[in-house]
Design a binder for this molecule. Structure first.
Ligand SMILES: [Zn+2]
Length: 318
């Protein structure tokens, strides 16, 4: 693909999206950015692609994860004990599947689902994210990175925090040629939905992922990015245009929700069913995340009020 020493490897994952891109980077030592899921099919594919490039699994000395979703970190369990594992500290309870955190997450989800008006029989299935964790890992980071940090094995890149699609999300930026390894922040053909997350550690509120996401996108548009190596599909070249398009589409969807609420106040789940009349049953967490995102956006812009006095919250247009 024309970038010296960086190889895109596409791996099959057991999700609707089908494939994930991971990046092998040659340097003084070998680094992999993102891993694919903890599935044999995915591991076999990685092994075979590595061997085509003249490498074996154990040649990889550093693994960087862009965020905590299983298609990006699940395969960590298959790496040798002495591999350096790099990511944002917020990944930790997800990638170790820390039991106290997971229990709190389940409890939080049930309460939140009731507040959003999700029927009991749907909420009882639990969050989709939890079901995908069977393809994830139980392994801690060995090196935490934050905004501005340099990863030892990748001296040309600087870590930038790009929360939104996940609050754990980082990207790697190389200033000399404007190259960004961007995980799922901005994809060429699909919008990468911010997914609902529970509050973490001592946080009281859940992260408002859509606001973080828009902020991260605006930041990308202001940077001098020549190319984004993405987590799924092709590279993104037209960053500024695409950011404008994605932000515009999101605003339109928020307006649609606002119009619905002007007709009558609704629960988040009612809005969700109207926005996604068939999809809400098949992709509950995704569609609810998207809906709550639009409501968060409208609330932030002071367009709606929320009546939280009853168990099921009602959203009113102002
Ligand atoms: Zn992904």
């Amino acid at each position: 693909m024309g970038i010296e020493g960086i190889y895109r490897i596409s791996l099959p994952v057991p999700y609707a999206i089908g494939n994930v891109n991971v990046y092998l980077i040659e340097g003084e030592t070998l680094t992999l950015v993102d891993t694919g899921t903890k599935t044999e099919k995915c591991r076999d594919a990685l092994e075979s692609e590595l061997s085509k490039l003249g490498y074996a699994f154990d040649d990889i000395k550093t693994v960087v994860i862009t965020h905590h979703h299983p298609d990006h970190c699940g395969m960590l369990d298959y790496f040798a004990d002495d591999v350096t594992i790099v990511g944002h500290p917020r990944n930790e309870p997800w990638i170790t599947q820390e039991p106290t955190f997971m229990k709190a997450y389940e409890g939080y989800f049930q309460t939140f689902a009731r507040q959003m008006g999700v029927p009991v029989q749907i909420a009882a299935k639990g969050p989709d994210v939890k079901r995908t964790l069977i393809h994830s890992c139980h392994r801690p980071l060995t090196k935490e990175v934050r905004e501005g940090d340099i990863i030892e094995a990748l001296p040309e890149f600087v870590v930038i925090e790009t929360p939104g699609h996940a609050s754990t999300h980082i990207s790697l930026y190389r200033e000399r040629d404007g190259l960004l390894i961007g995980g799922d922040l901005l994809l060429a053909h699909v919008s990468s939905n911010p997914l609902l997350e529970p509050p973490m550690y001592d946080e009281i509120e859940r992260p408002k992922v859509i606001l973080q996401y828009n902020e991260s996108l605006r930041r990308l548009a202001e940077m001098n990015i020549s190319r984004i190596l993405t987590g799924h599909g092709e590279d993104v070249i037209n960053v500024k245009e695409l950011v404008k398009e994605r932000l515009g589409k999101q605003r339109l969807r928020a307006e649609k929700v606002y119009d619905m609420l002007q007709v009558r106040p609704m629960t988040a789940f009612e809005v969700c069913m109207k926005l996604f009349p068939t999809l809400y049953l098949k992709q509950g967490s995704l569609t609810l995340s998207e809906t709550v995102g639009q409501l968060d956006y409208l609330e932030y812009h002071n367009r709606i009020v929320i009546d939280t006095s009853k168990e099921q919250w009602l959203f009113y247009a102002k």
